[in-house]
Design a protein around this ligand. Sequence first.
Ligand code: NAG
Ligand code: NAG
Ligand code: NAG
Ligand code: NAG
Ligand code: NAG
Ligand code: NAG
Ligand code: NAG
Ligand code: NAG
Length: 833
Amino acid sequence: MTHVTLECELSLQVLENLDILVSRAMQWTMRTFMQLVQLVLLASYSESIIAAAPSGFPKTGNGLWYTQPGRVWSREWLPVGNGFLATQETSQLNIESLWSGGPFADPTYNGGNKQPSEQAATAQSMHQIRAAVFQSPTGDTDNTEELATDPGQYGSYAGTGILLSTLRLTGTVTNYTRWLDLDKGLASTKWTQNSTDLLRTTFCSNPTRACIEHTTTTNAQPLPDLTYAFSVALESGLPVPNITCQSKNILLVRGFVSASPPGMAYAFLFRAFSSSPLAKFRCIQQPVAFGFPPNATIHLSSTASSSSGQVHDAWIAWVGDTEYDMNAGDVAHNFTFRGIDPVVKLKQLPIASALSDYTALLAQHTADITNVLSSSFSLDLGQTPDLTQPTDALKAAYKVDGPASSNAYLDWVLFNYGRYLLASSSRGVLPANLQGKWANGASNAWSADYHSNINIQMNYWIAEMTGLSQVTLPLFNYFEKTWAPRGAYTAQVLYNITRGWVTHNEMNIFGHTGMKAYENSAEWANYPESAVWMMFHVWDHFDYTNDVEWWKSQGWPLVKLFNAVEKGFAASEDTDTAFLTEVRMKRAQMDKGLRIGSWGQLQEWKFDQDSPTDTHRHLSHLVGLYPGYAIANFDPKVQGTGPSKAYSKNQILDAASVSLVHRGNGTGPDADSGWEKVWRAAAWAQFGNSSMFYHELSFAMSENFGANLFSLYNPYDPDPIFQIDANFGFPAAVMNGLLQAPDVASVSTPLVVTLLPALPTQWRSGSIRGARVRGGIMVDVKWSKGKLTEATFTVNAAQNIRQRPVEVVYASHVLGSFTSSSGLKKVFTINRL
Ligand SMILES: *[C@@H]1O[C@H](CO)[C@@H](O)[C@H](O)[C@H]1NC(C)=O
Ligand SMILES: *[C@@H]1O[C@H](CO)[C@@H](O)[C@H](O)[C@H]1NC(C)=O
Ligand SMILES: *[C@@H]1O[C@H](CO)[C@@H](O)[C@H](O)[C@H]1NC(C)=O
Ligand SMILES: *[C@@H]1O[C@H](CO)[C@@H](O)[C@H](O)[C@H]1NC(C)=O
Ligand SMILES: *[C@@H]1O[C@H](CO)[C@@H](O)[C@H](O)[C@H]1NC(C)=O
Ligand SMILES: *[C@@H]1O[C@H](CO)[C@@H](O)[C@H](O)[C@H]1NC(C)=O
Ligand SMILES: *[C@@H]1O[C@H](CO)[C@@H](O)[C@H](O)[C@H]1NC(C)=O
Ligand SMILES: *[C@@H]1O[C@H](CO)[C@@H](O)[C@H](O)[C@H]1NC(C)=O
């Protein structure tokens, strides 16, 4: 959106000084520019007490609002996005595929893998490491460095500069509010300055792939003169791009993500519009050598009012892209990931025709986002919206275990926000990364990459269940096109396996499938399980949607690895029955690894070596509790040859509960992040323990979310790291407190749907409309005064589903059983209130 910090304020000052700055640019250094910005920030903003949400704010309360500009990026700025692009206050810009590193920076980059010539030596090391593991009394090794490789040009997801919009307007800013409308996907800022009432609205539209920033006056005053400039000056490390005027209202930016080596090229095409024919645009080209002022800017002269009327609005629309091409990440393309020039790509988009009618554009965008977010799903937690206090004040007043009166509304907003963020960051080409698609540096914490030891999984926990199935497709394309091709090479060169593929803990967008050597790689990079865990999502997508065509073309080839093989074989129409037989045989021989240890814990390791005081952030041994099913639906009959055959389901659940208690509340010495707390909340919900569930959930909210409700990795840092996983994990945990239907080992095993398993007292009454569970089943649930009142199960008549047995449970009672089939409708009404 528009620069709130820089937009109004900077605007004011820079406005007046812009011409001077441009003409004297050689004398301005970056430092002077920053000082100028700070000066302006301090000087021009007048605090005003506003005691009600702005008039444009949703009446339901579904949004975030503030009475002050955003200052700290990770805790105060507001995000909009369409999957392809993302933007924040000051219009801090992002293009989803802009990454440093990879083959663009180093033509010999090979995904962090050993060379073919190293395979024999690697095999020898592997042999020694395996021998060491088997000889060790605890079955472990502290050294796998021989298997790892230097990350080389692993790179980082990179921010893509800033769009500055500068109004020629002076005077103190009053009446200031900014807000994010989660129904319509709009970020707005409203203020009054020198008798002019202004409204700036920013959104990113998925149908057009463009972002739009619209500025209008809302009283009789004309729109002041306006300047649009693109700058990389506030993003340290992004080289100054070429910025050129294409016409009087079109600016073209072409730059590289890094200077040396140059790295990937990106481009933006900005085009300014006004609904008034009186608006006069001109694009000014300046031969200057600094990122700021940039060497080309678009100016709107609007104040020259005439008898025929005044100019009241203007907007700038932009599209952006890079030369990255996910389809070029295989042997046939020599893993170049290189596509056509981004400028060529952008010039093919119908930017002029599609973006010239603001009213139509806005209507198209709101219809699209409303359709994605709320046409078939909604949640009500019995919240009462508080429109008298801005979101930062509500957040500050939020309490761990707090009363419903103050907590439920913010719980509900954060739930909706998670779905909004996923729909805004996962409808382009790539899946949501560690920061979704919002990043403000040329390199970002953990490269803002894809971590597969919980984070990328958590990003998608809500997708299937809350009707966002379509946003998972970039995830599967990403697996298929960036992991599988080079992962097959890794499987061969590292593990001497010619069937299938493997990845490790951290992945970029260039197929980094090798094991990264960094500090002690044995502790974290040695993580070949990542691919298997990710395949849960592939199976789940089919299990929820029953999309057989998708399964045959993309899902099955990815999954042909693993546990879902047996369940999905028939639907795949694969004729390789020898493969099925082999998988069945190997599964039956496998020890599934569940063991109960000396202090009653579920063992994390094969040997009983867990410490009862280990409050590590991960719950890796409880993956089968949530989001998996090996613990939640433990069945001794499918436990292979290991000792777990001898345990009952209750014994396993009790042991998992002991482990969960001892892992603490997610504030261990190793980290205090949000994702560990929301994962714990979901795990407590799996035990039906509503007070612990809500304790962890509300603890996460109170501890790990900023005023802008971004999830913060290190909340006590003055400039904390944004890590989006808990934004997605929070709503997933909420769902697990309200509705559970964990997977089962075979499709003939009844799917047990538990209603309101961990309903906390803070959400006394409410409803869910359109939740999905496995088998293509849609569930509506209503509750009142803490008790279930009605549950409806439906299956779309047009959907060709596999029939499966379903059992419905509430408060430990079986309410009923049925077999799912197309067109099914089953209603359970409870009237014992
Ligand atoms: C593929 O890329 C490698 C560098 O990673 C290069 O050595 C090789 O010549 C390329 N092969 C072809 C066919 O372009
Ligand atoms: C890879 O496995 C094959 C088949 O088991 C074996 O013959 C070969 O020696 C192995 N290669 C290496 C480098 O270990
Ligand atoms: C308000 O605008 C008027 C007309 O452009 C100008 O003369 C005046 O200086 C402005 N006031 C302030 C406080 O900037
Ligand atoms: C606030 O805005 C309203 C109209 O939107 C205007 O009438 C009023 O004068 C403004 N107040 C201040 C202090 O600018
Ligand atoms: C910028 O323009 C110069 C001169 O035309 C050219 O050499 C350079 O490659 C361009 N840079 C980018 C990123 O397009
Ligand atoms: C824009 O600025 C860059 C340096 O920042 C300079 O190399 C380039 O020549 C300028 N382009 C134009 C068209 O003036
Ligand atoms: C979290 O656990 C720590 C360590 O046991 C404890 O000091 C703290 O009070 C707990 N906080 C909450 C909100 O549970
Ligand atoms: C929830 O878990 C806590 C911590 O283990 C325990 O004290 C409490 O009794 C449990 N509540 C229920 C209802 O099981």
